[in-house]
Design a protein around this ligand. Sequence first.
Ligand code: 13P
Ligand code: SF4
Length: 359
Amino acid sequence: SEEELDRRIRAAKQTLGDRVVVMGHHYQREEIIVHADHTGDSFQLAGFAQQHPDAEAIVFCGVHFMAETADLLSRPDQAVILPNLAAGCSMADMASIDEVEECWEQLAEIYGDMDEADADGLVPVIPVTYMNSSAAIKGFVGRHGGIVCTSSNARTVLEWAFARGRRVLFFPDQHLGRNTAKAMGVPLAQMPMWNPRKPLGGSDEATLDDARVILWHGFCSVHRRFTTAQIDKARADHPGVRVIVHPECPMDVVDAADEAGSTDYIRTAIAATTEPTVFAVGTEVNLVQRLAAQHPQHEIFCLDPVVCPCSTMYRIHPGYLAWVLEGLVAGTVLNRVTVPADVADPARVALERMLAARP
Ligand code: 13P
Ligand code: SF4
């Protein structure tokens, strides 16, 4: 039963004490979040992974790319555990290392030597990967002078990239790439999308010549469900409503919203509002429901009336959390996520560039 699992998780955590740190992404279900020592957006959780050098294990309640990142940033002998190894991210799966390498080769045919800087000191293309990508992709980016970004620092990271390259290749999320570049003043006409089924060349070359941001075809299946019609309805039903969405939403939705930001931006914006307010939120429903419960003075609802959980975040069931924690009590490390050294070294370079990037 739910109570029994809750009791087992508490007991195991009590026995383990400081030997274990439990992290929970904001999209985790409530029964998991109550056991988390740290909650946060993906950027914050990456930082927490560096702050517990004495813990034997980090139990990461989130998705696979987040656990890989925690492994990259934690001490080598610390185990990062993903309670259910089937908790992936469909967006991260939309950029495979083979496809990205193929794209890079095609771009090199058009732009020439990708390592050679022009008279302004800029190389032809800087690759930027969203945190929501595999460690192999982060490794690719690290090997090619590129950098990682999250939804909370995408603009700072793009500025970093434009200080070093003529153009940016941004993957996997087309929406975060487009929304961020648009907010920086890049015209849509300078944001072509790479199409794996249509080799570059011919008339595309003209577009690619002026390109500032080359987008990838990835998207988040949760956030692409939000529409401007939902925003129109929220505004009609609740005059004065504040609409806040995640930047993984399509561009028209971000443009129609009042604000866009990371999961922690959304949490903080609502927590900082003292005046009773109606909030329509365009992000994963577990976070929206938690915020609604925490702030009864506000009316907070999800823009999408059909409940839209992230199905892979939801795969972290309390039963798995109890199982991996009890494993640690018994001296067994279950479901460890490790990034192989050949990928880890360049991937860490790309992450460290992000951690050091300043506006
Ligand atoms: P945040 O970095 O905003 O937490 O987003 C992570 C994520 O997966 C959003 O879909
Ligand atoms: Fe991936 Fe979207 Fe789920 Fe975030 S919400 S983990 S981007 S599928």
